[in-house]
Ligand binder design. Sequence first.
Ligand code: HEC
Length: 169
Amino acid sequence: MKPEYCTPVKLAVFCLVALLAACGVEEPAGDPMEAGQERWLRYCASCHGAEGEGRPPSFPPVAGSEWLELPSEALALIVLRGLRGEIEVKGEKYRGFMPPMRHMSDEDIALSVAWMEETWGDREATLQARDIAELRDRVMGDRQPMEGLDGVTSALEQLENQGPETNRP
Ligand code: HEC
């Protein structure tokens, strides 16, 4: 007959091993937040400001923007596809044009979206470079910038309806 204490002891050992394994996971080189800020300053700050404050009335702020409550994919889509038409940010109307920024690498887009989310959206970033690559693939044919918030919402719906597989040729 096995002694009773065996199970908790095994459990404790298992937990310890799992914990050690988790600690051993390598952090990617460099601080991702620092890299994110660097991308923000390089690619986005010229219009949206270094502090995300925007330049009204032409360029909307991102700091404090309700757009940061949209799913991460929506934010990545704005960068990949661009945005135009009338939108509202923090109670102000904007009618500008953000050009698509497909020249940015997957990693640069992931890092700048992550920077926005973690700095001004107060939430954990979830998209990795590989997610951007997949998204880029799936919106390859969509050459027109999205039209306002409705455009973003329907682009998201379209992605969901397609499912990850069906778009593959
Ligand atoms: C050339 C100027 C320009 C650059 C560069 C630019 N944007 Fe924009 N962005 C705009 C404009 C203009 C709008 C509003 C478009 C409209 O009025 O329909 C906008 C809208 C947005 C929005 C939604 C509205 C808001 O303010 O919350 C987000 C999010 C955003 N941009 C993120 C980014 C990110 C991330 C980058 C860098 C990768 C970036 N933008 C680079 C001009 C720019």
